[in-house]
Design a protein. Sequence first.
Length: 183
Amino acid sequence: METFEETWYPLKESRDPTGENLVKQLAEELRAKGSKFEDPTFPADNASLFADPSLAERNMNAGQTFRKDQDAFLAGVTGIEWKRPNEWGDTSEKVVMFSGAAGSGSGVDPDDVAQGRLGNCYYLAAMAGCASSADEQDILIKDLCVEDFGDVGLYGVKFYVNGKWVTVVVDDRIPCTRNGSLW
């Protein structure tokens, strides 16, 4: 059985320099082509939202109740469009993982995390948990997301998997309702 040993220091950036370099190289290629990144493993369609995409139509026509936990996934949601942050409205502000706008204004706050209807509360709870213990010196939080390449729709998100930091490349396309509001 292969094991990994963590070799990073808590107060030193970066936890996955190889992954960060790959994100940077991909961003440079996209800039040279004048294109934006599209994650091939998470396409901007129903295949990324439903285990069985053929159920999407049935769920759109399903009714919603006050018990969202018992409703069909995305019950009653129609007109799903995948949008990039620059298509949401005001594009004068840079999109960031933690805005610091809510709460104490310290840069990272649990109130920065808001769940919609995608059913990803486990991930968002972990992000809020990280934010609740963050302070200005917490390099771990600042190092979780490689945000330098948002102009080409590319982000690197770091996860600790099997004793090793791994950078996962994602695009910035988000499922939205037809009126453009985020879930």
